[in-house]
Design a protein around this ligand. Structure first.
Ligand code: 4AD
Ligand code: MG
Length: 457
């Protein structure tokens, strides 16, 4: 057994086929480069499940088709051994892929130590998270991350296609955007800096420069809560547009979500089915809809609920939330179970929202804010609204929130030099992926989750 890779001198002189794009190679000889996912043997046959990152193909090795040494070698391969197999692609209606490989050659690149920790049996979450660097190789994790990548592509295409300019905002910032209680502080050459909680404030400057913009990057919150919705590092897309109001924001958010559902259904149906087919008992207990069904049920217009009506409805449903409070995780869970499409709750009290929120002209104690709650108990996936565009009102709000005025001088300039009504929102990628895939926790929606109690591996 050798754990060091040795690329054999005599590599097969054949086209390298990717499993996901195997169909055009039907009837041809190819090579596949990957890892051994699983194996079983029956008399003169070895069935090798070969994983190449794009999918898994079964290589059927018949004793008569390879030399004796290769056939013997195949009998002793450990899970995750890296290898190259050659053979002829042929249709096979019984396999989930629709094709298999009639194997006529195999070279081992490197053996895997025999104690590969992730076996087909069910492991505990802590164990799996400790082995996340290997857990990523599992089929279900691959499917989830493919859905994530598809959602991110949709987001980019959506905003690019609507004339929003991609403008990146800084990660090191001198001030808070979303309250001072979740700031990650760092030493910046002798002064205090914070990791960005949101690109919004810079995005507002970008919107005044370019009209319609979006920023898409990692954001950071020193969340003290260990919940299924909270990461300390997560990805957020934030569109911002000059001359857009609260209604425009709600429509934009609704269109984005409908487009995500449409694209995932069109391109990731098999990934959704795979995710549905491998659920732990705890997940099954949640009795979620099959994901295709859940996404197909999302339709415009989404239900819109004034904050006051949301409180009334919550009271009817048995919650004792005081009027004026922010909705807690449980309240969001209850409310979002009511509809098949996400719910838009708007008009939150100023008291529970950030300093930059514009007050409602008809009710100055409340704001032109909106949260989108994903169905089936998932809760908030989007937060946004119209921004305070009046200089004096904004100065007063910065004072009231106890924020350092000098850090916001540039931000106030935006109200001094040609202020316009403007609005935007932030969509959390991980919470969106969790809902789309029907996952019990956001930790599986990002390759390496950063949680309150986890920064390893
Ligand atoms: O509601 P939030 O805090 O809004 C903002 O940051 C605004 N400045 C965005 C804007 O208007 N440009 O966060 C937006 C979204 C939430 O709805 C949620 O999906 C996600 O970001 N989010 C988190 N996701 C995972 N872990 C956390 N700790 C999150 N905090 C917020
Ligand atoms: Mg929010």
């Amino acid at each position: 057994m050798s754990l060091s890779p040795t690329l054999p001198m005599a590599l097969p002189d054949l086209p390298v086929a990717r499993v996901a794009e195997i169909a055009p190679f039907d009837g041809q000889r190819v090579q596949i480069r990957g890892w051994l996912y699983g194996r079983r043997s029956k008399g003169k046959l070895h069935f090798l499940q070969v994983r190449d990152g794009s999918g898994i193909i079964q290589a059927v090795m018949f004793k008569g088709d390879v030399d004796e040494a290769t056939f013997q070698r195949a009998d002793h391969l450990t899970q995750e051994t890296s290898l190259i197999v050659s053979g002829t692609v042929r249709r096979d209606e019984r396999s989930p892929l629709g094709f298999e490989l009639a194997c006529d050659g195999m070279v081992v690149v490197a053996d895997a130590a025999p104690d590969y920790p992730i076996s087909p049996k069910e492991h505990g979450v802590a164990f799996l998270m400790d082995h996340r660097h290997l857990w990523l190789r599992s089929r279900r994790q691959g499917a989830i991350l493919k859905v994530r990548a598809r959602i991110i592509k949709t987001i980019r295409d959506f905003f690019d296609g609507r004339g929003f300019l991609l403008v990146d905002t800084p990660i090191f910032t001198p001030a808070a955007c979303e309250g001072t209680s979740t700031l990650f502080e760092t030493d910046y050459h002798g002064t205090k800096a914070y990791l960005s909680q949101s690109g919004q404030l810079y995005n507002e400057a970008d919107a005044m420069a370019f009209g319609k913009v979006y920023t898409f990057g990692p954001t950071f919150r020193a969340e003290k809560s260990k919940t299924r919705r909270h990461l300390t590092e997560f990805w957020m897309v934030e569109p911002e547009a000059a001359f857009m109001d609260l209604d425009g924001t709600m429509e934009l958010a609704e269109d984005l979500i409908c487009t995500i559902c449409r694209d995932v259904l069109a391109d990731c149906g098999s990934e959704l089915d795979l995710i549905d087919s491998i659920r732990s008992e705890a997940e099954q207990d949640r009795q979620l809809k099959p994901r295709r069904e859940a996404l197909a049920a999302v339709h415009k217009p989404f239900p819109r609920l004034d904050y006051k009506d949301a409180i009334r409805r919550l009271h009817e449903l048995g919650s004792d939330i005081p009027d004026g409070d922010d909705l807690g995780g449980d309240d969001e869970t209850i409310l979002s179970r009511e509809n098949d499409s996400p719910t838009l709750v708007y008009g939150y009290p100023a008291e529970v929202k950030a300093f930059y929120m514009k007050r409602r002209p008809d009710d100055p104690d409340r704001t032109l804010s909106v949260d989108m709650l994903a169905p089936e108990g998932y809760g908030e996936i989007i937060g946004g609204g119209q921004r305070e565009d009046d200089y004096d009102t904004l100065v007063a709000a910065i004072h009231k929130h106890g924020l350092p005025m000098e850090a916001f001088d540039w931000y106030l300039d935006l109200r001094k030099y040609g202020s316009v009504p403007h609005a935007g929102f932030g969509l959390g990628v991980e919470r969106t992926v969790a809902w789309v895939c029907g996952l019990p926790h956001v930790r599986e929606t990002i390759p390496f989750a950063r949680l309150m109690d986890r920064i390893h591996p």
